[in-house]
Write a protein that binds this ligand. Structure first.
Ligand SMILES: C[S@@+](CC[C@H](N)C(=O)[O-])C[C@H]1O[C@@H](n2cnc3c(N)ncnc32)[C@H](O)[C@@H]1O
Length: 399
């Protein structure tokens, strides 16, 4: 990666300009990042930059009050596309809760709260309500929006929903859910030039944040050199690694004594993630429905994500005593969980409604949309048998 400076407002002419309030927030965030770089001696790793850009209190993308989800925001997630997605997730939850004869649900990173509301509604409809529906949400702003949404949509079940300030400190039983949360965790960046590994971080130059490379420390260098050999990289290669995935999973899943964790996100098994042809990594930014790969522009005004190395998720979970009970594409997950009969039942013969439902289902299922790139992974501890969503195509051998 070259060390070119990037001005935060240097955006293509056809992108919507941020308004004055958004610019003010972004400038304040940039000042905060500049101070962090100075305190660190002129360089921070990319994970620290991503952490500040997304979560700096009151200023980061997820901490400040911008719209984010849906047509008026920056990106659309599956629960925002259609409640059919969340109803399928609820079917998996219901199977686990039934096998445990009760338990709780814990949703991580609940966004606008739409999935929580639809999952609870479906669980109520199948007579499998959890004792508590916990939400662990990093963003104070989103937590307020979730509370408002659930109170408005589901007043009769609102008492069951509780917001946690930290992962459960006691052993608990039930289901942990996370849709598009792993991709929002900060990652480190590396570059490989055929012989040496560099860590790509962020410094401060005349035009603001700029890329700076440093020789990689052994904990980064060793796995990267391994992958370079194993996957036959040729020429320059750069990508990301989530160095804090294992401790993060331990913090959120460690006390799940019996039950299952369901992670849905975009990503690949390791050998596809670090395939020699994926030589530019998977970093992806979203600003007003424009996807691009420059995380230094529009700080605080765009989402920054990386795809998931699902092999790393499986390895970390196995080290915690979980088994990988399922790994499949989103399309196969939804089909096995019953999206087709749900869709048929939702069709009411009103042309506009039916076309809308059909278009939403296509977005969730088609390979060129969310169907293939998104994967569902089920991790279980204790005796958990068959779970809806994972009785169809089994991709575990690819991990
Ligand atoms: C891309 S959004 C997905 C939102 C929602 N799950 C959906 O599918 O619409 C990522 C969500 O994860 C939250 N988040 C990120 N890191 C988190 C963490 N370490 N713990 C809890 N929530 C987190 C963000 O604040 C946000 O709500």
């Amino acid at each position: 990666m070259t060390s070119t400076a990037t001005t935060p407002w240097d955006i293509p002419a056809d992108w919507p300009e941020p308004d004055a309030a958004a610019r003010t927030l972004s400038v304040q965030l940039l000042e905060h990042i500049r101070a962090a770089i100075a305190t660190a001696g002129g360089w921070i790793d990319f994970a620290q930059y991503m952490e500040l850009a997304l979560y700096a209190p009151g200023l980061g993308y997820y901490s400040a009050g911008a719209r984010k989800f849906g047509a008026g925001g920056d990106f659309v997630t599956a629960p925002e596309v259609s409640s059919l997605f969340s109803r399928c997730v609820a079917r998996s939850c219901a199977d686990v809760l039934e096998q445990l004869d009760g338990g709780d649900v814990l949703e991580l990173g609940a966004g606008s709260g739409v999935m929580a509301a639809a999952v609870l509604q479906e669980l109520a409809a199948c007579g499998r309500l959890p004792e508590n529906y916990y939400i662990l949400e990093r963003s104070a702003d989103l937590r307020e929006r979730q509370q408002a949404h659930l109170n408005r949509e589901l007043p009769q079940l609102f008492e069951r929903v509780r917001w946690l300030d930290a992962p459960p400190a006691q052993a608990w039983r039930g289901v942990l859910l996370a849709n598009e949360v792993l991709d929002a965790l900060p990652v480190r960046l590396f570059g490989w030039n055929g012989t040496r590994v560099a860590e790509v971080g962020v410094g401060w130059g005349d035009a603001g944040c700029e890329w700076i490379e440093r020789p990689a420390a052994p904990e980064l260098c060793d796995p990267v050199m391994d992958w370079a050999r194993q996957f036959g990289w040729q020429g320059d290669y750069r990508s990301e690694i989530n160095s804090t995935l294992a401790p993060w999973l331990r913090s959120v899943m460690g006390n799940l004594a019996a039950g299952a964790a369901l992670f849905i996100d975009y990503g690949y098994p390791r050998r596809e993630y670090y395939h020699s042809e994926r030589a530019c990594g998977t970093l992806l930014c979203h600003y007003r429905h424009r996807a691009h790969a420059d995380p230094l522009c529009l700080p605080g005004l765009q989402d920054i994500t990386a795809h998931i190395d699902f092999t790393a998720v499986a390895e970390s979970a196995e080290a915690l005593g979980f088994g990988v009970a399922g790994f499949t594409t989103q399309a196969h997950f939804l089909l096995d969980a019953g999206i087709e009969p749900m869709l048929a039942a939702a069709m009411n013969g009103t042309v506009n409604d039916d076309l809308r439902h059909a278009a939403q289902a296509k977005t969730l299922l088609l390979p060129g949309e969310m169907g293939e790139r998104f994967k569902a992974m089920l991790l279980v501890r204790g005796t958990v048998g068959e779970v809806s969503g994972f009785r169809g195509r089994d991709l575990r051998s690819r991990l």
